[in-house]
Design a protein around this ligand. Structure first.
Ligand SMILES: [Zn+2]
Length: 77
């Protein structure tokens, strides 16, 4: 089974460290329709970025599972 891989940042540029640093992903907030993950520098623990995981990914997975449906889901292109 092919895994649906989302883009994940393994290192981001840190202004404090003045170089690209490996980041640690931390679940920051869980909302009914999305999750917000925080990327923290492993060197100085600064927040280097955030990623939102919307419910769209789950909806997509569900749509793929039940692809018989004729309805075309909109993903907000
Ligand atoms: Zn840093």
């Amino acid at each position: 089974m092919k895994q649906f891989e989302t883009l994940r940042a393994s290192s981001l540029y840190c202004q404090k460290c003045a170089t690209a640093m490996p980041v640690r992903e931390k679940l920051l907030l869980v909302l009914p329709d999305k999750e917000i993950h925080d990327y923290l520098c492993t060197g100085c623990a600064s927040s280097l970025g955030q990623r939102e995981v919307t419910a769209g990914a789950r909806v997509l997975a569900r749509a793929m599972a039940s692809s018989r449906s004729a309805a075309q889901p909109s993903f907000g292109i």
